[in-house]
Ligand binder design. Sequence first.
Ligand code: PEP
Ligand code: CO
Length: 457
Amino acid sequence: MKLHPVNEAAQWAPESWTARTALQQPAYEDAAELRDVLAELGQLPPLVTSWEVLALKERLAEAQEGKRFLLQGGDCAESFADCNSSIISNRLKVLLQMSLVLVHGLKRPVLRVGRFAGQYAKPRSADTETRDDVTLPAFRGDLINSPDFTPAARRADPRRLIKAHARSAMTMNFVRALIDGGFADLHHPEYWDLAWVEHSPLAAEYRRMVASIGDSLRFMETLAGQSINSYQRVDFYTSHEALLLHYEQALTRQVPRQWGWFNLSTHFPWIGMRTAALDGAHTEYFRGIRNPIAVKIGPSVKPDQLMRLVDVLNPGDEPGRLTLIHRMGNTGIAEALPPLLDAVKSEGRRVLWVADPMHGNTESTSNGYKTRRFANISGELDQAFDIHAAAGTRLGGVHLELTGEDVTECTGGARGLDEIGLERAYKSMVDPRLNYEQALEMAMLIVRKSGGMATPI
Ligand code: PEP
Ligand code: CO
């Protein structure tokens, strides 16, 4: 194995990113206001703890070895307005239902990571938006500004950092309370029923899996002569794109009895495709934190470039440290992915490969909706499994944009939603998400795909 500890000697501090070019950051008008907010945020309690972060890293290391499968999912962008009990619990329900399908089909523990409790900042393709003759700053997520098209709403408002921290804490608190209270208990999958289960084309298949898991559980409990408590709770971890570096820095902390720095705004931050430059501020920030981290890898990344990024972000080849999320598109993956897999494999580097079949498949319909076709999403995922199998590497997880709501944002799926159908309940302010039914269908597809292979991945 070739190791390149290029950065071992390089100095790092939570603010060392400020010496680099930071893409996708808003322009704050009032430096003093921002400074005050950051000082306040720096005093607020963290949202997660270092031992949770380190426990997740160990589990991700197990996923790298094929002992677990990562399910990472949630909204493209959370919004402050959607921080309410039904949206949070429905999202949890659909993730739990999907993980039940995956556990049942893959016969492997599933590692559940939400895109929530902090997914409030979005990269944009343009800094401004023009409507008629008016040009305003682009909407960059609720952490930065508001989607309304007025100068006041589009102003980058530092107070939003405090609000985002609070909404993230409320989300976390509710998720933790639900899980600690037994919401995720495998003995009671009926807790996670969403109204649709009654009339979905997938209902029968899902019910069969629930019944089969119930049978296995009762069988094991009979053998053990007692109820198996570990099935009464599951762990949930959080993740978000760590885009706004001022926010991330303010929540980067040292803790007693641990060396180094932790980003305690989330367990598992990732670098987005647009900000993953080797010499960029995001790479500089990420290399110094001890969290497990992920990077989105798009079709323009070349093997050399990827290997240098791997060197900088994980110079010691630490298990569980680095996840690479490829998002190539259904038409691009066959060409773009194999050279990257070969490069990582031939250098013997340890990464967790995850497929994001959403972001390379976004398009606009003739009636003006940003959408994704289910067939393209499932097509990319399907190819991802085959490409990894051919390369002798392992696809260890999926990264999906989904919601527990009955939205109509992606076309296709078991109900054959068409472009006209998108109008019924298109709610996303940013990217189109799988609705609960399409999300579950995706989980079933993953199982069928893995079950269909000669050697289970
Ligand atoms: C996202 O995950 O919402 C996103 C913007 O992804 P990417 O960086 O892969 O484009
Ligand atoms: Co998105």
